[in-house]
Design a protein around this ligand. Sequence first.
Ligand code: AHR
Length: 499
Amino acid sequence: MKLYINEKNRKGHIEPEIYGHFSEHLGRCIYEGIYVGEDSPIPNKNGMRTDVVEALKKIKVPVLRWPGGCFADEYHWMDGVGPKESRKQMINTNWGGVTEDNSFGTHEYFELCDQLGCKTYVNGNVGSGSVREMSEWVEYMTLDGVSPMADLRKKNGREKPWRVDYFGVGNENWGCGGNMTPAYYADLYRRYQTYVRTYDSNAPIFRICGGANADDYKWTEVVLRECFAEPAPKEVHGMMDGLSVHYYCGAEKGPHKGSATDFSEDDYWYTMNRALGMDELIYRHGAIMDQYDPDKKIGMMVDEWGCWHDVEPGTNPGFLFQQSTMRDALVAGATFNIFNRHCDRVKMGCIAQIVNVLQSVILTDGPEMILTPTYHVFHMYRFHQGAELLESCLSETKKVGNDKYQMDNIQQSVSQDKDGVITITLVNTSLDGEETIEAVLMEETPKKAEGFILHGGLNDYNEFGKEPVLYEKPLDVQLTQRGVKFVVPACSVVTVRVY
Ligand code: AHR
């Protein structure tokens, strides 16, 4: 099979934030997974686990969303600042009913982002919070000068403001964020976002409007219609920089999603078919956005996505802790190829969630840490961050699947970085057919090439206390006169770099 690459046709810029992450006060994501406190025997810097932070740095986390999720619309930020001993204890009603001691709050979040070297994405509370609470949080975080909130921040030990790159105005307001209708949320959005002030014109805050659940196109339509309504179309564009979409996939729909590890080939085809549905989703939400915003000034922010399976047996059902197999890695690789190919509209993707929850890149157990197969996909795809998408197409495709779901065997995307290096990423969704790929460049003659592969059994996963079975390995790549040639085995994710 040939993969034609046209270096002359650059299709758009791949924002690094497409490879973003999401961290919520949910189960063992923040507490234990990331934050263990300064007095913990687990090595840490200012309370953040050193092993986890160091591993995350290797995948170049571009942005980290916090504090939720559903948690965001019940979070009152004031409870999480000031001396830890006097911070309020609360019940995490969404996730397991456990006590939240607020020891990880605003200051700790910015410390974490500082250690990771990533952009910040704070999600505000619309569901149960006031406009004043939200605007004061923004003032607390970003105002340099004299004001009640800036003074409070200084009193709490932080002289200079932080930079808030992205601010989400509510989360899933059609559900856990207040069960609102789109029209009601749109009105609230207009009002709340007014007070998300940018205090430093050199550091504008990118405001994200709460978007649809999966294929709820009506939500997108109504929210855009209401927020772009006449008579002030020019001003209205200023109300929204991004619109979110959430999309999860797993073995089945409904309350029983199926085991993360013990699943059949049919479950896999269902999951992969649903994962590939991301393409249609982006296309259809994007088509609605195009009607209002043909110049694509507003970003589509897929700020929650990933595989949602049943929790691991014996774990708290409210903690959503799941293992991660090669199936999840294939989903991650295919999803990133879709995001890359829609980089003209998709400006952010945040996998849910970074550590110890749904499709996490890292799992921890006490002092132990494992890297999931999805971690390796992030690592193999990191070269796309900030690169330019190139036109690419396959000469032919083969259909694979079962009686119900059929799909192309190879999913791909190609980009070129600022040094001219071309990155090809492919997923072979087939469970039994390898594919030889001959990549043909239109213009350049390659001088050097290297490849990396993640390959294993569909149900394989890395376990605590055992040698990892899934990790990145080198892949043989041959230089040809006009490109490169390599084999993509069944059930694998591949990266090839062409210099
Ligand atoms: O990621 C888990 C939950 O899924 C989030 O809190 C919520 O936004 C979504 O429904």
